[in-house]
Design a binder for this molecule. Sequence first.
Ligand SMILES: Nc1nc2c(c(=O)[nH]1)N[C@H]1C(S)=C(S)[C@@H](COP(=O)(O)OP(=O)(O)OC[C@H]3O[C@@H](n4cnc5c(=O)[nH]c(N)nc54)[C@H](O)[C@@H]3O)O[C@H]1N2
Ligand SMILES: Nc1nc2c(c(=O)[nH]1)N[C@H]1C(S)=C(S)[C@@H](COP(=O)(O)OP(=O)(O)OC[C@H]3O[C@@H](n4cnc5c(=O)[nH]c(N)nc54)[C@H](O)[C@@H]3O)O[C@H]1N2
Ligand SMILES: [Mo]
Length: 782
Amino acid sequence: MSTPKNGAPTNDAPRNDPPIDAEEARLAVGKPKKHAAGVPAVRVSMTMALKQMGVRKSARNLLSLNQVEGFDCMSCAWPDPDPNHRHTAEFCENGAKAVAWEGTRDRVGPEFFREHSLADLEQRTEYWLEKQGRLTHPMVRRPGGTHYEPIEWSDAFALIGRHLNGLASPDEALFYTSGRASNEAAFVYQLFARAYGTNNLPDCSNMCHESTGVGLSETIGIGKGSVSLHDLHEADLIVVCGQNPGTNHPRMLTALELAKQRGARILAINPLHEAGLLKFDNPQSPRGLVKGTPLADTFLQIRAGGDLALLQAIGHLLLVAEEANPGTVVDHAFIEQHTVGFEAYRKHADLLDWDEVLTATGLTRAEIEGAAAMFAESKRIVTCWAMGITQHRNAVATIKEFVNLALLQGMIGKPGAGLCPVRGHSNVQGDRTMGIWEQVPDSFLDALRDEFGFEPPRHHGVDAVNAVRALRDGRARVFVGLGGNFAAAMSDTEVTEAALRSTELSVQISTKLNRSHLTAGETALILPTLGRTEKDLTGGQVQRVTVEDSMSAVHASRGRSEPAGELLRSEVDILCGIAAATLGGRYDIPWRGFAEDYDQIRERIGRVVPGCEGYDQIIRERGGFTMPHPPRDSRTFPTPEGKAVFTVSPLPVLTVPEGRLVLQSLRSHDQFNTTIYGLNDRYRGIHSGRRVVFISAADLAELGFADGETVDLVSEWSDGPAGTTLTERRAEAFRLVEYNTPKGCVAAYYPETNPLVPLDSTALDSNTPTSKWVIVRLEHRA
Ligand SMILES: Nc1nc2c(c(=O)[nH]1)N[C@H]1C(S)=C(S)[C@@H](COP(=O)(O)OP(=O)(O)OC[C@H]3O[C@@H](n4cnc5c(=O)[nH]c(N)nc54)[C@H](O)[C@@H]3O)O[C@H]1N2
Ligand SMILES: Nc1nc2c(c(=O)[nH]1)N[C@H]1C(S)=C(S)[C@@H](COP(=O)(O)OP(=O)(O)OC[C@H]3O[C@@H](n4cnc5c(=O)[nH]c(N)nc54)[C@H](O)[C@@H]3O)O[C@H]1N2
Ligand SMILES: [Mo]
């Protein structure tokens, strides 16, 4: 392959080759690592920080990261330890990368946009686009324009207002949110959307933990996890299922290590032997520097999508064990007092078909019995999961099965036990709490109405998948993105990009340049905003924002760095500007007042959002608090039945046609979602490249491909019973890497693989794209 320059494709490359970066032409494959974190992690994060931010800014930023008077790390939603248990450096390698990435000295301003047309930028990779630096000026692409050009803030707001007020219905507008937005920004945004007249508030949750929200709400009455960090420390069994903490939640490893020191066992369930699950070197404990701690006591290398079967089998075995030794395994008092549906669950568990379980999981019966014994022997179990569960066809059913097991042994609402969905974006949970939800309950809308004196729309809005359908089918015409990168993050890239391009107006409120700025609507705006690390002086005073972590702890966050440019505005300020320009004085909502003093927003949050009574005062006086969680706090289950619900899910056998493979799309160690920090994935042995497919030796041999060969991936999707239309999608030029993954299951990075995920391939009940279950075939390249 020829060497491209600066990420622009070379002229002599074959026509179908995707753009790659110069560094990428040097793709090298080494041995995967068993350890995560450790000394190299510290070195990597410091090198990156110094390169991007310089010495002084690195020190200032990294030392206030996750500190009481500092800012909340924007990399993931893992909670912080109690203030008196924090380290001076309370961050991980990937948190440091996120801070450095935002704190870069590089800038993307009017000159950059004069130099680069949209057509030029379209040829660049995600990596190249974001690497150019921070956005500094509001920019507009006018109808027919080849370039973005500067625009005044007031003109940008007026333009948005004109378009929104010109739509035939408010439902023709879509208001997307990524999970970094603060609670204050989120609250103002949903208030604006609803005052304007729509519940079209799709968000990144729809592609992420939506399955968790649905599964937990139906069974325990609240869509959030039931543990605190303390519970993890106190557990005697921690299950880590469908999650790669070494890369995506590195600070979780510290909690796992502490739990282990106190005697906990860890059961890891994953198709891949992810580095952090095996061994962990804690860079912050001197002992860890010397010697790796073996982390998982038992590792189950499950086939993709096999978890539902595994969990049903474990439930079955727990009931068998209870029968053999009554009163030792099952918590009858808990079941009696707090649950409904146990009899139906028991009957269903009785009928377990072992052949199906062994086929679906690819595990041996002995392995499953060993795992069940770990459950049976434990008194305090915490179950953790993430995208390896939520992005599957049967995600919701699988999550309900986690709940069944927890109910069986009474593992909710007692110390050291509970359900622990590990969230992604640092404030994705808070955004939901604040009403960023296309299906927010009526009680929330009633509270909005009572507080602000307008009647919010009652019909549900669209989620992420339905937002694309609405655009594709001409039912929506304006797209506003509060952060994120919808074009690259969503499934079915070609359809999603075309949908975004079909808008009459697209607006992106962003810190960095990305694909979504290039899938511009007829008119397109880029509105540059402050990041979490930066001093927010809106209204002439230092403003704080608040966020909620994965364990429902809410706290304040305040940036300290000088903003990346004089024209940058805070998210709250921008949203209030849009709202005022669109709604004028239509309602008695003090948009200006909100922007000038975020306490005024917090006062309203306190009166509207359940569990946030006295919000402004608590934040001012104590800096934070933990949101109420009735199952955790008092074993109260706010379901219609008033009890926790055992559920029965059929065990569908998902079959893969002959010669086809199941592809899961996952994250490398050098990325944050669509933000690519670098081209290495050192734990998996990949250097200078991203277009790789991890595949078992058995599949290579059986399908007649060679390790190191470059192939095309073709996904096959049929939307009905056999014989109905089969559609194909293609992603080109991936190098095969022989890897320890179950036969039939391959893995490759996201977002490069998103062109393969069909829009209609979604999880049952949550409508989340099945990013971890895509049926593909490999094709040799001519
Ligand atoms: N550094 C960094 N941190 C991040 C992010 C990032 O991109 N970079 N993203 C953030 C976000 S938004 C999120 S949602 C989280 C994501 O955190 P993760 O869920 O850890 O992210 P993925 O890389 O998608 O990894 C999915 C894991 O599930 C496994 N898996 C896949 N299919 C199955 C299955 O069928 N069964 C089981 N048991 N396991 C399976 C995969 O092998 C992989 O280990 O991380 C957050 N934190
Ligand atoms: N195939 C596949 N697809 C997936 C997934 C997968 O595992 N596989 N994972 C899914 C998941 S879990 C998620 S959460 C989504 C993520 O989807 P998104 O949240 O939409 O995407 P991100 O890549 O996190 O967004 C990055 C952009 O956010 C902007 N940004 C960064 N910081 C800020 C800020 O402080 N304010 C504002 N306003 N903008 C900011 C920058 O411009 C940056 O380019 O992707 C989903 N898509
Ligand atoms: Mo996510």
